[in-house]
Design a protein around this ligand. Structure first.
Ligand code: FE
Length: 340
């Protein structure tokens, strides 16, 4: 079994190298390679602008976070990747833990990215903030009925809650953060209460949660705000759903990041750092958030009109690394309470 894995890794590494060699022929000048779990339409406009301003070309591969991380590990010192971009602090933390990211020191990044949204050792930096909040039916729920994530475990929500699957890292990070805030015992009570209140089996994605609320299958759910924005753009602003900002008198709304780090075996680390720093500057920050209706990491960057329409909120300022550090505990806790 072990031999099979090693052979597969070697073949994977060779294929990776040959792919890049063929991409390289005829190339000249400064160039960096990015592995990105963020989709092409969310990153390409940024890379194009960066190239315009610096002359540094950016090649990229997009895939899910898991396969990209596996590929980086398999390629080891042969990788062509200079930078990894991925979503969720849980994934960024895993990448750092698996030693595929190099620590960097940068005054620019330390100034532009709040300390709780980046790795303490400089191996990754948050570049956009995503808020995971409560969404509700404006036909069957009054905002006064809502208060906290914890209260969704109360009996009044029995048969009225819809959730996305616990397999998704977003929910693992949410529960991991709750463990950091409340301890295992209290978190288990809350998440167990959610499971008791479920109207139906967990859904595979956030959009399906909101569609179930619109269809009357349930009344409340928990989603990332940009999915709500996409639904509004698809179905119109009069869709009978609204966002609610919970825990405003306590720690605040659960926030996470998408972010990036320089790879351990980067062949062009200086240009990669230049891109990473550029992504934290004002112009890129405006674009980075706007492309996916997320929030900039810089407090001094303006939000887009649609994002502003959802109102202001106080976000949890916990170190997002907790999402990675407690991920295993979160997965086991959700399993214990039967959250599938
Ligand atoms: Fe997402």
């Amino acid at each position: 079994m072990r031999l099979v894995v090693i052979v597969a890794l070697v073949i994977g590494a060779i294929l990776g190298v040959s792919f890049w060699v063929s991409q390289q022929s005829g190339g000249q000048g400064d160039e960096i390679v990015v592995y990105s779990a963020r989709q092409e339409h969310l990153i390409k406009p940024l890379f194009d602008r960066f190239t315009e301003q610096t002359g540094i070309r950016v090649r990229y591969v997009t895939d899910d976070a898991g396969p990209l991380l596996q590929r980086l590990r398999a390629e080891g010192g042969n990788t062509r990747a200079d930078m990894l971009i991925t979503v969720d602090a849980g994934n960024l933390w895993q990448a750092a833990e698996q030693d595929v990211l190099a620590p960097v020191e940068s005054d620019t990044l330390e100034r532009n990215v709040p300390a709780n949204l980046r790795d303490a050792d400089g191996r990754w930096f948050g570049l956009s903030v995503r808020a995971r909040t409560i969404v509700y039916s404006t036909e069957r729920v009054a905002p006064e009925d809502l208060s906290t994530y914890e209260a969704l475990a109360d009996a009044e929500w029995e048969g009225r809650l819809c959730l996305r699957t616990s397999k998704k890292v977003y929910n693992q990070s949410l529960v991991a953060t709750m463990i950091a805030r409340h301890g295992e015992e209290r978190t288990e009570e809350i998440v167990g209460g959610w499971v008791d209140n479920l109207a139906t089996q967990p859904f595979s994605n956030d959009t399906a949660v909101m569609e179930a609320i619109v269809a009357g299958q349930c009344d409340v759910g928990i989603v990332n705000t940009y999915y709500f924005g996409r639904l509004q753009e698809r179905d119109g602003d009069d869709t009978p759903l609204a966002l609610f900002w919970p825990n405003q008198d306590a720690e605040g709304v659960h926030v996470n990041v998408s972010g990036a780090g320089i790879t351990r075996h980067a062949s062009n680390p200086d240009a990669a750092l230049q891109l990473l720093e550029w992504l934290s500057e004002q112009e890129a920050q405006e674009m980075f958030g706007a492309l996916n209706m997320e929030y900039p990491v810089r407090p001094d960057t303006e939000w887009t009109e649609r994002v502003r329409s959802w109102g202001d909120f106080h976000g949890d300022d916990i170190d997002v690394s907790e999402a990675g550090r407690r991920q295993v505990d979160a997965v086991m806790l959700m399993d214990r309470v039967g959250y599938r």
